[in-house]
Structures are given as C-alpha cells and as structure tokens.
Design a protein around this ligand. Structure first.
Ligand SMILES: Nc1nc2c(c(=O)[nH]1)N[C@H]1C(S)=C(S)[C@@H](COP(=O)(O)OP(=O)(O)OC[C@H]3O[C@@H](n4cnc5c(=O)[nH]c(N)nc54)[C@H](O)[C@@H]3O)O[C@H]1N2
Ligand SMILES: Nc1nc2c(c(=O)[nH]1)N[C@H]1C(S)=C(S)[C@@H](COP(=O)(O)OP(=O)(O)OC[C@H]3O[C@@H](n4cnc5c(=O)[nH]c(N)nc54)[C@H](O)[C@@H]3O)O[C@H]1N2
Ligand SMILES: [Mo]
Length: 753
C-alpha cells in the first residue's frame, strides 16, 4: 500500500500525517520544529478510536424529561432526523422563550484550524439566527483580562510582552512565580510551526540570567535552569510580593522617580504596606507566616531584584484562584517599584511558561481568523459563571463594575468544548445541568459532555477536512490538508450548521456563498493583506496551499513592553483614567467590592492552608495543566494512559504527607472534601511542597453510579471550588481548593470509556 503524506496541524504542533488505506498510521513532526511534542503520537489512535461518535444520537428519556446521569442510553438516528430535531428545538425555544433562553457560549479549545473552529462556527450560526447567551473571557487568564486594563490600560501583555531576545540580552534575574514549566510549552492556541520555549529558556540560561522559581512544585522549573526553588503556599503570592515591596520601601531601595513620573495612587498603597491604617505592616515577617517562605528569603529576593535588571514573571495559574486579580496587580506594582517597566529586559511578564509562543519575536501581522457577527441578543455571562446561571435564573450579580441578571436557559448548545472537563465543582454542574429542556453537543468523541447531552452530533476531526491554522504567537501560517475520509457518519461542524441554517432559512447568511476552500482562501487572504500593510510580502493562496506553510520574517527590532510610555509618558499615555500605571484605582474603589479592594491587597482566599477549613481538609490541591494531553483531549490516547497509575490520574504528594497517611507510591488513593471525592494513583514526590497535592486536569470524568461514591478516574474538578475570583472578573478560581487524601484499600474498577 502507498503511504500518502498530508500537511496537518494540532494545537500541540504541525506535522505530516502519514496515511495508508484511509487510516492515519503516523504523524511526522514538522521539519522546522526544534522540539516537537510527543502528544503527536496519540493522534492516530484517537482518530480511529472506538470512542468516536459514529452517528447522530438522541438520549433515551430526553423527551420525558428524565435526569441526565452521564450513563444514559442513546438511540442512533439518521442525519435527517437529527437535523430536523435540532432545528425544531431551536425554533421552538426561540419562539417560546426568546433568544436569551439559548446558552451558546460554548467555551472550549476545539481544534487548531480556524475555518472549522467549532466554537466560532456555533456562535456565528446562533448569532445569525437571532443571538444567544454568549460567554465572555476565558478560564485561562480571565481575572487578568479584567484587572490589567484598570491598572495598565490593556491586557495585551498577556499575549504580547517583551520579546525573548530583549530578555536574553538585558535581563539578569527572573523571579518566576509559578515557575516556567516546559510541559506547557507543548501547546500554542491555534497551533504553531515551532516549539521554542525550551530554546529561549536555554539561551537565557546561557546568557547568565539567574532564575528563581517560586512555586509549590519544584518541577515547574526545568533542571537545566539551575533555578533556586522557593516553595510557596498556593494562593499566597500576593503576600510575598507585598512584603518584597515593603522591604524596598522601608529600605529605600525602590525607584521613587519611576513611581512619581509613571504611576498614580502610591500613597494609599504605601500606607497599606506600612500598616498605617490597619496596624499591620506587610513586612517579611508578616508574609513568612502566610506564605511559608522565610523572612530572610523574602528580604534577599527584594535585594537581588533591586540590584539587577529583573523580570517579575507570573504564570497564568496565579490568577486562576480566588482573588486572582491581586497577584497580577501586585506584580505590576512590584515591577514599578523596581523601576524596570519599559526598559529592555525589565518589568513584568505574564505567561512565559504558560504557553508556547509567549515572548517569541514576531511581526505584528494578524493571525488567521474567521469573522464573527454581532450577537443581536446582547446577552452574555462571564464564562465561568455557567453553573451559577443555570441554578439562579433571574438572579442579579455584579461583574466588572456593572450589575447583570442571569438569563433563564432552556437550551444549551455546545461545540468544541468540554464543560464536564473544564468547569469546577462538577457535582454542582451536574445538578445545574438538569435545568434546560434540551442539551445539544457536537464532538468527535463520547466525552463526558456528550454523555450529558440529549442530542449528540458526530463532528469530523481536523484530519477529515481542509483548514488553515496558526497562531498570532507563532511565525508560521499552516495549511491543513484533508488526509482521510470522515469516520463513520461524521460531518464537519461547518456542514452541520449549514444544513441547520438552511432548515431555518438563513443558509446564505451563514456561508456567505463560500465553501470550505473558499473560506480557507478568505482567511489566508486576510493574513496576506495584513502582512502587505506591514511591508511583508506573502505568496498567493495557491502557492501557500501547495507548499503547506508560509513563514513570517523576523521583526527588525526587539519589542519592549511600554517602551514608548517609558520614553514619553505624555505623548504615549496608558489607556487608564490617569494615563499612568494605577497603583490604586478610583474606578475599582467605586465598585466597593471587598474581594477586590482599590490597590493590591492580601485577602485570604476562601480556602487555603491558613484557613480554618484546613483543619478538616489539610492539603491544598493544585490542579495544573497536563503534560501528556491538551486538557481532556486525547486522555484515552496512549501518551496520557502511559502515565496513569492503575488506570487513575496520578496525584503527586510529598513524602511527609504520604507517610503520615500510610500512602505508598503507586497506591490508589481517595481525595475528598465537602464537594466531592475522586480516586487517583499516588506518586510520592519530594518536589512537592508539604501541605500540597498536585493533580493535572483532564482525566475523563467517570462518575460513580451511587451517591457518595468517588469519581473513579481522577477528575479533580469534582473537588475544585466554583466561585468567581471577585466581582470584578468573576473568573474561575480552580486553584483554590482544600482536600484530604486517604489510602483506598479497595478500589472499584474503572468503567471502560
Ligand atoms: N481544575 C482546573 N480546571 C480547569 C483548569 C485548571 O487549571 N484547573 N484550566 C482551565 C482552562 S485554562 C481551560 S482553557 C479549560 C479547557 O477546557 P476545554 O477547552 O473545554 O477542554 P478540551 O478538552 O480542550 O475540550 C475541547 C473539546 O472540543 C472537542 N473538539 C475538538 N475538535 C473539535 C471539532 O472540530 N469539532 C467539535 N465539535 N469538537 C471538537 C474535543 O474533543 C474536546 O472534547 O479548562 C479549564 N479547567
Ligand atoms: N501540555 C499542555 N500544555 C498546556 C495546556 C495543556 O492542556 N497541556 N493548556 C494550555 C492552557 S489552555 C493554558 S490556559 C495554559 C495555562 O498555563 P498556567 O496556568 O501557567 O499552567 P498551570 O500548569 O496550570 O500552572 C503552572 C504552575 O503554577 C503552579 N501554581 C499553581 N498555583 C499556584 C500558586 O497559587 N502560586 C504559585 N506560585 N504557583 C502556583 C503549579 O505548580 C503549576 O504547575 O497552559 C497551556 N499549556
Ligand atoms: Mo486555558
């Protein structure tokens, strides 16, 4: 048999699909990629997995209003019946309850291609049909997205901070809160041609930069960095930063000239640091008791940062916690006191270890994107308030300085996301999920979300269609060639929505008379026009498609965040009310939210190692991103399964905490708190701070049949807290959860997915 080769792309890298007899038999990494992800190996098994949804299916008991258990039986139906049913439900719900009765935010990463971006297509389809309740912001950096604009006028630095070359040349010290874990560098949203996080970190190390990793987990800094590890209690970074600021202030080691020229609001912050109003000085001694970091270490960190060009780097994880706005605000203020903002290799940095591509030099050319019409229903929720919305229709809530009312949802439509992976407190979500009459899901696999739906439509994978991919953080635009025929009766999301729009009378508005290749060309031409405007010539579509990729040339000079502002703050003010960095914010003061005071403040989170709840549940659960998959995608694939222990997700625990509980390496354990329980496989790791347990997200949710029994597979979101970060951002607080762990003498076997 002949092996045929097709250029392809996933969020975890570009590759050539090797195809024999309509089967993907291998994935050869893109030749230009210096560090391909081993996740590529999981693709063939996943594409041809028995877990693929073969045909449209309708849940038994749906019409009768029976509870969604996640274990229900489904009846396969024809595409004609499925599409008629979906179109009928949409029309019925719109007519009876209005557009705001449909929740179509559909948060999730879907696949890398932009033409077939399932979430965008669903929103496009629903918006053109009258609108729906959308979801704004994201689980990734949602708190930052709302606090940073108040402080520095933009959340742009999340995606685009000072370039690595500037850092390599000028920085002397990187204080990395949450570390710089290489595992996260496998992923670029939209897919990239190169994985360069490791290369840049090695260059930084070779240039003599010192690294300090401030994190509960030692492995958050790769060994080659030789980083000093400063273990810190989860969710207490703000206290450490405040104490560093206190040291700088009281020892007069801070850049007073920078503060007076470029910032406002220092005085109330100064009073707070000194404890002039509350009687509590935020000094190193104070922070040591909160963070578990010795006062001496805190002084040293402040001294070292003041003595050399320093970057205060924060992982996105820091703000995925109750009061997650605070560490980011504190990091900006600490950087301001150090005076490095706007200088080459100085200031703050977000997410350099959170995703591949952050800090990669790239010309400012638009990334590939599909157009999204406006949502005529003008209804939305902050993304992570999904269960709150379903449980409290009509209730009022505050968000970003305004009041809103939760809509009354009768239909949920999800494509390209997995809320039974991504949301917190899944037992609560399961209760909330009973609210709508109808749940419609498109996916390629029988995920937990598909199993909790009423109408399930099988979507093709990216290997079964033509597309165009790439990221605004990567220098390649990549062609994705259809490599195999659709598996089973799967259809492209685009074609499903086209068929529905046709039934509902707006097919042309949806397609704009373009087919798949027409849209690929449209998306490419937009990138090309944007490049032309920046003086970069790209080849025409036919040449790009035939060659499989184009590469953007490197930018002429290093990008330094806020360089213009630093040079001339009057001509280049920030987009804040004062035009300066707002150490204190009047706007935030007006919101009068005790969970987000008007300047960076230490506020104990709902659960942490210093709270009374820690007496019952004495371990802080950190649920970070998985090294062996993308979220829940490919969890049943070979790479992810190889890392499981007795088919459960690993939980890492310190030797002290393990021996105190009689837990041995490889034991099946039960993690629990008042919200739920799950099983996991213990890994004893001296690189975990005592008092902390670490579990990756993304094990497929395998709920027990009986109430009170643990989830069987190790999905940590049965334990996490479903609470907004504050009334400002209302974002996800996944990193705020206390648990207890016990040895499980007898563990029920895993259900085969
Ligand atoms: N406890 C805890 N929870 C977390 C986090 C955490 O740190 N801790 N992190 C959060 C973060 S940052 C994120 S971004 C979320 C991620 O949450 P999600 O993005 O929801 O997770 P994925 O598993 O990527 O889900 C994408 C789904 O889309 C499907 N899919 C892929 N391609 C296609 C397609 O072409 N068509 C259709 N119809 N479907 C497709 C996949 O099969 C998969 O089921 O999780 C959040 N949840
Ligand atoms: N391989 C892989 N890479 C990914 C993803 C994936 O699914 N798989 N997902 C991508 C996505 S969607 C996102 S949003 C990014 C997320 O990027 P991040 O949010 O930066 O990633 P995490 O792995 O959740 O967290 C990084 C580290 O922060 C530490 N940490 C957690 N809480 C705290 C705290 O309170 N204080 C301190 N100091 N440290 C803490 C943890 O030890 C953790 O290992 O990752 C992306 N990269
Ligand atoms: Mo994310």
């Amino acid at each position: 048999m002949n092996v045929v080769r097709f250029p392809q792309l996933a969020h975890w890298g570009a590759f050539t699909a090797l195809v024999e007899d309509n089967r993907v038999i291998g994935c050869e990494p893109f030749a230009r990629d210096p560090a391909p992800s081993d996740m590529l190996e999981a693709i063939p098994a996943m594409v041809h997995s028995p877990l693929r949804i073969a045909r449209p299916a309708i849940r038994e008991g749906w019409r009768e209003g029976k509870e969604r258990t996640g274990h229900d039986r489904f009846r396969e139906v024809s595409w004609g019946e499925a599409l008629d049913t979906v179109a009928g439900e949409l029309a019925r719900v719109r007519e009876t309850f209005g557009h705001s009765a449909i929740c179509g935010g559909s948060y999730g990463w879907a696949s890398a291609g932009h033409v077939h971006g399932a979430r965008s297509l669903l929103r496009r389809f629903l918006f053109l049909g009258g609108g729906c309740v959308d979801q704004v912001a994201n689980y990734s950096f949602g708190a930052a997205q709302y606090v940073l604009p108040r402080v520095i006028g933009t959340f742009g630095p999340i995606a685009h901070g000072t370039d690595w070359p500037s850092i390599v040349k000028h920085t002397r010290l990187i204080l990395a809160f949450g570390g710089l874990p290489l595992k996260n560098g496998q992923v670029t949203f939209g897919g990239g041609g190169t994985h360069s996080m490791e290369m840049w970190l090695r260059r930084a190390k070779d240039a003599g930069i010192d690294f300090v990793s401030i994190s509960p987990l030692k492995s958050d800094a790769p060994d080659f960095l030789g980083a000093q590890w400063v273990p810190i209690r989860p969710n207490t970074d703000t206290a450490l930063m405040l104490a560093m600021a206190h040291t700088l202030l009281t020892e007069e080691r801070y850049d007073a000239a920078f503060i007076s020229r470029y910032c406002t609001g220092f005085e109330p912050f100064r009073r707070y640091l000194l404890g002039l109003d509350d009687g509590v000085a935020k000094d190193a001694q104070w922070a040591a008791a909160i963070t578990g970091v010795a006062a001496q270490t805190i002084h040293e960190l402040a001294h070292r940062a003041a003595a050399a060009r320093t970057i205060i780097s924060c992982a996105w994880s820091l703000q995925r916690a109750h009061h997650g706005e605070q560490p980011y605000w504190a990091a900006v203020v600490l950087s301001a006191m150090l005076g490095g903002i706007g200088l080459p290799g100085g200031g703050f940095a977000f997410g350099y270890g959170s995703t591949n591509g952050t800090g990669v030099p790239r010309v400012e050319v638009a990334g590939p994107e599909m157009p999204l019409p406006l949502n005529p229903a003008r209804a939305m929720i902050p993304v992570a308030r999904i269960a709150d919305m379903l449980l409290n229709p009509g209730a009022s809530y505050a968000f970003n300085g305004r009041r809103y009312t939760f809509p009354d949802i009768h239909l949920i439509y999800w494509a390209g996301g997995n809320p039974f992976h991504h949301h917190q407190d899944l037992n609560r979500l399961r209760r909330a999920w009973q609210k709508p009459q109808t749940v419609i899901v498109h996916d390629s696999w029988w995920t937990a979300t598909a199993r909790h739906a009423d109408i399930v439509l099988p979507a093709t994978t990216f290997l079964e269609r033509n597309d165009i991919g790439g990221s605004s953080r990567d220098t390649f635009i990549l062609a994705m060639h259809r490599a195999i025929d659709p598996i089973g009766d799967a259809k492209n999301d685009f074609d499903i929505f086209r068929a529905l729009a046709q039934r509902l009378g707006y097919e042309r508005a949806f397609t704009e008379d373009r087919d798949e290749m027409g849209w690929c060309q449209w998306v490419y031409d937009r990138v090309r026009a944007s490049a032309t405007a920046k003086g970069v010539t790209l080849p025409g579509f036919q040449q790009f498609w035939a060659e499989g990729f184009v590469e953007l040339p490197p930018p002429e000079r290093d990008y330094v965040l806020f360089e213009d502002f630093r040079r001339d703050p009057e001509r280049h003010p920030l987009k804040t009310p004062s035009g300066r960095i707002e150490i204190a914010s009047d706007a935030i003061a007006e919101f009068a939210d005790p969970d987000c005071p008007p300047h960076p403040t230490w506020i104990p989170p709902a659960e942490w190692l210093g709270s009374t709840a820690a007496q019952r549940f004495p371990l802080h659960l950190v649920t970070h991103q998985p090294a062996s998959r993308l979220h829940a995608q490919m969890d049943p694939g070979p790479i992810s399964r190889r890392r499981k222990i007795a088919e459960r997700e690993p939980v890492r625990i310190s030797p002290q905490d393990a021996s105190a509980r009689g837990i041995r390496d490889g034991d099946v354990v039960r993690l629990f708190n008042a919200r739920g329980a799950c099983l996991a496989g213990a890994v004893i790791d001296a690189g975990v701070m005592p008092g902390v347990v670490v579990m990756a997200t993304g094990a497929w949710f395998d709920p027990a049949d009986a109430a009170g029994e643990p989830e069987r597979h190790g999905n940590p979101n049965v334990l996490t807290l479903d609470k907004g970060t504050s009334k400002l951002a209302q974002c996800c607080a996944a990193q705020t959860a206390l648990v207890e762990v016990e040895r499980r003498p007898f563990a029920p076997s895993r259900r085969r997915n």
